[in-house]
Write a protein that binds this ligand. Structure first.
Ligand code: HEC
Length: 101
């Protein structure tokens, strides 16, 4: 019983951990995405989706799906494979906080 209570109290924190990356760490990751998606989340070609202003949970879910291969895409699989959970959340928070264009 106590175990369940503790698990319930911890779950929200596990589901959406606050960005655990430093500014520098976040920049180093975003730089890798920016060539295609832009640092401002506005993509450079119409074959690449914009990310600015997108929901953070949606972005996180897509990155997790690329990483696992559930959402198949060659380039994004390669990008996703290198990302940690903390990085994926930080990226999701970063792009979702940008004003949509
Ligand atoms: C070489 C170009 C390229 C790079 C680099 C790249 N992406 Fe992508 N990304 C794409 C393309 C193309 C798609 C569309 C995938 C599809 O058609 O399913 C995409 C899709 C996505 C999506 C899904 C968007 C949606 O609306 O469903 C997210 C999220 C994403 N990328 C995040 C990132 C992040 C974060 C990085 C850096 C770690 C990154 N991408 C690096 C090309 C790239």
């Amino acid at each position: 019983m106590l175990k369940h209570l503790i698990a319930a109290a911890l779950l929200p924190a596990l589901a959406a951990p606050a960005a655990a990356l430093s500014r520098k760490q976040l920049q180093d990751v975003i730089v890798q995405c920016a060539t295609c998606h832009g640092a401002d989340g506005v993509s450079r070609t119409d074959e690449i989706p914009n990310l600015d202003g997108q929901h953070d949970r949606y972005l996180y879910n897509q990155l997790a799906a690329f990483r696992s291969g559930k959402r198949p895409h060659k380039q994004m699989r390669v990008m996703g494979r290198r990302l940690t959970d903390a990085e994926m959340w930080a990226i999701a928070e970063y792009y979702s906080a940008l004003p949509p264009n």
